[in-house]
Design a protein around this ligand. Structure first.
Ligand code: ATP
Length: 521
C-alpha cells in the first residue's frame, strides 16, 4: 500500500497585530532572499544614505521622494516592504498608507517618524502599518526592521494559504496497488517527487491521476505547502482564466471584488491542473509564460507578479495528437511534458481489483465469492472510478450487508463470469432516452428507508446518476449526455452527493467534481 497521508492543521492565531507577528517573526529563520524595498522619504540625504546602505546589503531598493510617485510604483510593481516617512509635503506617510490600503496593495509598511510624533505613529499602526521607527535611526536597525516586516508578510500570506487549506481540506486518500504496473508507478513517484519540475500524468478516466498527483506532492519537499487543484473541464471556459490568474475588481462583469488566482494561492506549493487538455487555446500562452519564468498578471491588472509554483498536470487525452490537431500548443506541451507518467488501466493491474474491493466495501459487509469472480473478470473500462461506483451502487441496493450477483449491473455480469445457473434478477427500469438505466426504485426505497418510508428524490437521483456513470464506464461526458444534462451540471451533482455522503468511497467517487480547491492531503 502506498501511503499519501499527511494532514497538518494549524490552530487559528487569535492574537494578531504587528507586535505578535514580529515576535513570531523573530522566532523564525529569516529568509536570505533580498528584500524588495520601497523607500519614500523627502529628505534627500537621509533617503540616499538609507538606500545605499540597503543596496550594499544586497537588497533591491527603489527610493522616491513623494507619495504620488510611490503609489504609482506600488500599483505596478511588487515590493515586500515599504518605508514611508510620516511628514512629507503633498501626501503624508499616513495618507499614503491609507491609499495603499484602499487599493488593497499587498505590502508591509513601516512608518518613519521624527521625535515627538509617537502618538501618530501608533495611530498609523492601528491603521495597518506593521511597525514604526523614529528618526534618526541606525542603518542596522533599518535593515533589521525591514527583515522582520518581510517575514511578517510571508507569515501572513502563509496563514491565508493555510486557512484556505483548512477550510477546503478533504480526507486523506490511500493509494491501493501492489501489482507490478503499480509498483512501477510508485517507483516513478519516488523519482519525480523530490524535483521541482513539471509532471504530466496521463491515463484513462478513473485510473487515479489525481490520487497520483497528491502522492507526488506528499512525497515532495513541498508536502507542507498548499496543494491547489483546478479541473479545466469542470469550469466554464471564461472562468478558467480568472480562477487561475485572479482578477481586479471591475475587470469584467461580475468581478465585484478583487480576487487572487490559484497561482497566487499555490505560491510556494503545488498546483494540480486536471484535464489540462481542456485548457482554452487562448489561455495557453499565459500558462506557458508563468511556467517559464513564474510571471503573471491578474485579469485587468498591469501589475506583474512572480510566483513559485510546482505544476502537476493530468489528462486523459492524447496530447500529442491534440498538438497535431492544433488544439494544444506544442511549446506548452514540451514545457509540461518534462516528467511524463503513464497510469495503467485497472485491468492491467494484476491482483489490484481484489485489493480495491476489500478497501472500498465497508468493513462489516460480505461479498459473495461469485461476485468477486465477476468483478475480477470484468475489464473495467471506467477503471477505479467505475469499480467504486459499482460497489457503491451495490451497497445501496443490497440487503443484509451482503453483496450478491443481483446487485451488479448487467454489463459487469455479462462481461465477467456469471457463475453456474445464475439468472440476473429482472429489474424495474427507468428509461433514459434510448438507454435503460435499470434503477430499482423499490430496492432504493428499502435501502434508503429501512422502516418503509418513501426515499427522498436525492436518494433516487444519486443512485440513478451513479448507475448511469458506471454504465458509461466513468466517462462523465457520455454519462451527462445519457442523463440529458450538461457535463458541468453532472460535476455539480457529484459534488453535492459527495457533500451529503458520510461514506468515504462516495467522497472519493466524486473527487474530481470540484472544479478547483486548495487542500492538504
Ligand atoms: N490507487 C488507488 N487506490 C485507491 N483508490 C484510488 C486509486 N486510484 C484512484 N482511486 C480512486 O478512484 C477514483 C478516481 O480517481 P481519480 O479521480 O484520481 O482518477 P482520474 O484519473 O483523475 O479520473 P478523471 O480522469 O476522470 O479525472 C477516486 O475516487 C480515487 O479516490
Amino acid at each position: 500500500m502506498i501511503s499519501s497521508t499527511v494532514l497538518m492543521l494549524f490552530a487559528a492565531d487569535e492574537e494578531c497585530g504587528p507586535r505578535r507577528a514580529a515576535k513570531q517573526a523573530e522566532g523564525c529563520e529569516m529568509s536570505d532572499r533580498p528584500i524588495e524595498l520601497l523607500l519614500v522619504e523627502d529628505e534627500d540625504d537621509f533617503r540616499d544614505t538609507c538606500a545605499r546602505w540597503m543596496q550594499r546589503k544586497g537588497h533591491k531598493v527603489t527610493a522616491v521622494s513623494n507619495g504620488a510617485e510611490a503609489i504609482g510604483l506600488c500599483e505596478s510593481q511588487h515590493f515586500d516592504v515599504a518605508v514611508f516617512d510620516m511628514n512629507m509635503p503633498g501626501m503624508s506617510g499616513i495618507e499614503l498608507l491609507q491609499r495603499v490600503q484602499q487599493a488593497s496593495i499587498d505590502i508591509e509598511v513601516i512608518i518613519l517618524t521624527g521625535q515627538g510624533t509617537i502618538e501618530s505613529a501608533v495611530a498609523a499602526m492601528k491603521m495597518g502599518a506593521c511597525d514604526f521607527m523614529t528618526k534618526p535611526c541606525s542603518l542596522g536597525d533599518l535593515e533589521h526592521h525591514c527583515q522582520l516586516a518581510r517575514t511578517r508578510g510571508e507569515l501572513r500570506r502563509e496563514n491565508e494559504q493555510l486557512k484556505a487549506v483548512i477550510s477546503r481540506s478533504r480526507p486523506a486518500l490511500q493509494m491501493i496497488g501492489e501489482s507490478g504496473s503499480m509498483r512501477a508507478v510508485a517507483r516513478m513517484i519516488e523519482k519525480v517527487a523530490p524535483t521541482d519540475k513539471p509532471v504530466l500524468i496521463q491515463g484513462a478516466s478513473g485510473t487515479g491521476k489525481e490520487v497520483v498527483a497528491r502522492a507526488i506532492q506528499q512525497n515532495s519537499p513541498l508536502r507542507d505547502k498548499p496543494f491547489v487543484t483546478i479541473n479545466c473541464a469542470a469550469l466554464p471556459e471564461q472562468l478558467v482564466e480568472s480562477e487561475l490568474f485572479g482578477h481586479q475588481k471591475g475587470s469584467f462583469t461580475g468581478a465585484t471584488a478583487e480576487k487572487p488566482g490559484l497561482f497566487e494561492i499555490a505560491d510556494g506549493g503545488t498546483l494540480f491542473i486536471d484535464e489540462i487538455g481542456e485548457m482554452p487555446l487562448a489561455l495557453q500562452p499565459k500558462l506557458l509564460r508563468v511556467l517559464e519564468d513564474g510571471s503573471m498578471r491578474r485579469i485587468g491588472s498591469a501589475k506583474e507578479r512572480t510566483v513559485h509554483v510546482r505544476i502537476i498536470a493530468a489528462t486523459n487525452r492524447d496530447l500529442t495528437s491534440e498538438v497535431e490537431k492544433g488544439n494544444f500548443r506544442e511549446d506548452l506541451f514540451y514545457r509540461i511534458n518534462v516528467l511524463p507518467l503513464q497510469l495503467p488501466l485497472l485491468c492491467e493491474r494484476e491482483g489490484d481489483i481484489e485489493r480495491l474491493i476489500d478497501h472500498y466495501v465497508p468493513a462489516s459487509w460480505r461479498v459473495a465469492p461469485e461476485v468477486r469472480a465477476a468483478l475480477t473478470a470484468y475489464s473495467w473500462p471506467g477503471n477505479i472510478r467505475q469499480l467504486i461506483n459499482v460497489i457503491q451502487r451495490a451497497t445501496i441496493l443490497a440487503d443484509d450487508n451482503e453483496i450478491t450477483l443481483n446487485e451488479l449491473p448487467a454489463e459487469v455480469l455479462l462481461g465477467g463470469s456469471l457463475g453456474p445457473g445464475h439468472a440476473p434478477r429482472p429489474e424495474p427500469a427507468i428509461q433514459t432516452g434510448s438507454h435503460t438505466a435499470g434503477l430499482d426504485v423499490a430496492k432504493v426505497a428499502s435501502a434508503a428507508s429501512p422502516g418503509g418510508s418513501i426515499p427522498t428524490l436525492d436518494d433516487i437521483a444519486k443512485s440513478h446518476v451513479l448507475d448511469v456513470l458506471a454504465r458509461e464506464n466513468g466517462n462523465k461526458a457520455k454519462a451527462a449526455r445519457r442523463l440529458g444534462i450538461h457535463r458541468r451540471k453532472l460535476y455539480r451533482l457529484l459534488e453535492r452527493f459527495e457533500e451529503s455522503s458520510p461514506n468515504e468511497s462516495t467522497a472519493s467517487t466524486a473527487s474530481t467534481a470540484e472544479a478547483s480547491q486548495v487542500r492538504n492531503t
